[in-house]
Write a protein that binds this ligand. Sequence first.
Ligand code: AGP
Length: 615
Amino acid sequence: MCGITGYIGCRDAAPILIEGLRKLEYRGYDSAGLALLSKGRLNVCKKKGRVAVLADEVAKKPVSSHIGISHTRWATHGGVTDENAHPHVSSDGRFALVHNGIIENFEQMKNFLIEKGYTFSSQTDTEALVNLIAYHYDHRTDDTMENRFMEAVRKALMHVEGTYGIAVISPLHEVQMIAARKGSPLLIGIGKDERLVSSDVLGFAGRATNVIYLEDGQIASLTTDNCDIVTISNKPIDFVVNEIDWELENADLGGATHYMEKEIFEQPKALENAIRGRISDDESTAVLSGLNISPSELRQIDRILFCSCGTAWHACLVAEYLIEKYARIPVEVEYASEFRYRNAPLDKNTLVFVISQSGETIDTLEALRESKRKGYKTLAITNSVGSTIARESDGGLYQYAGKEVGVASTKAFTSQVVICLLIALYLGRLRDLSYAEGREIVEAIKSLPSLVEETLKQAPLIEKIAKKYAHYKDFLFLGRLSEYPIANEGALKLKEISYIHSEGYPAGEMKHGPIALVSPECPTLIFGNSGSALPKIISNAQEIKARKGPIIAVTDSPEAFEGVADDIIAIPHVHKSIRPIISTIPIQLFAYYVAVELGNDVDKPRNLAKAVTVE
Ligand code: AGP
């Protein structure tokens, strides 16, 4: 979603800001803009389309400047136009602002400001805020010139209902930038004689060595070599400065064509990282110190609630299966966006987990806050060290999958699932899971990276199959038990990047409705692995075949699908606990190759954002 970068320092701001925007492109956006201060003037350039378009435009009229703000916009209020792109400038031309979030009461603000003579040229909510800052700048009480800018922003923000991450500059204060956040991520980067602002560490483009994570309700005043932070009620803050681990944040394409391709093939490594140091061979269990919760406390837990969105929600569904199977603890799974508002009754001894790759998804963050507000211990599984969800949870586990750039989540998903399996193992071994059963799971987890490596070798075959099916308009994905969530995940992956309508269902549900879709024009990808459900799945496949529906089978028992499926993708025969991960690999590759065949922008699919930071 919207990306912010800001720069104040002794170097040329424009190339640094553009580079920052390039690094944030993966978040998803539809227009880009930049404002620079130079010799008491504000220079603004904004364009719909890609950052490259903006960069070309900026290059036509170079401006030498040491302070500026820039933005990639993901449209919420108002269409995708140059006018609606950020930065927005107050109608008196004295303030420029970039904003991520939604100002819910912008209409009231706007009406108030129109009465006072301010004018508007966009349809955005943001323009109301920048004009309100101008208004408060003029209606100061006893502010000194030094804190007048900061106070104007602070007072304006006191009237905002909604969410924001903002950066503001003014030609009246050429050596100062103001940044603030509430509900939308904003980070301050510290480099040598320079300060940066960004919605994400990547936006610092390798320049900052240290980072300050701004908290909700905090406002920062930045100069080249200083940073002061106060709360919205004007109380000074003692902030923490963290070192940036650039190795963890590294996001080069390497030799791959797309980030999604790179990230699919990185899964053996990502899984290895997620597992490292988290297995006790001696005790056949998992070692999960990050949970910050003692074994005796865990034994009191009667129920676990998992909350998430999108792909992470599918990881929760797998967690439900794994934890109920191995730890025998009832698990509920909620969409984070529903949980926050539906006030579901929870048992006293409920433990809450949220899962979020980005650690910034607003729905998941608000679900976490709601759960904490109600007094539940709330833990997080996230891939983003220092993210808001990581900081606000009571404990949790980092995925260490490495930065995921492709909008379609791949390696983050499988590493979330393996962490859920570790949790299931740990909780199981605290209860009734025997040493021998624990041992089998431990061995299965240890073999995962090489089994995923082996499964990835099917890529050429899957590419061929994907080309054959790329031009269909509808798809069904069917699976049973722990592969039902993977059917959902397959359908989500396909629709996200190929824009093909696809639905995931438990295979047994097929006859209760989805079978109406089956025809020669609607292929089905079906998971059918060894076990008691296999005969039932074969019957489902037969029913599809009888209605002339094309079938792709993903199976560890290829012989069972001979003469039934049109195409068969064989996967290794593995322990049940890790099967959902192995089954995921073919559907990721399938979606990827279909999208490539269709010529789609795989890493930045239309309308989607990597971190969904507005509700
Ligand atoms: C995954 O392919 C999607 N882009 C999306 O569903 C994503 O998983 C969801 O928005 C949750 O994101 P998070 O893990 O960063 O919270």
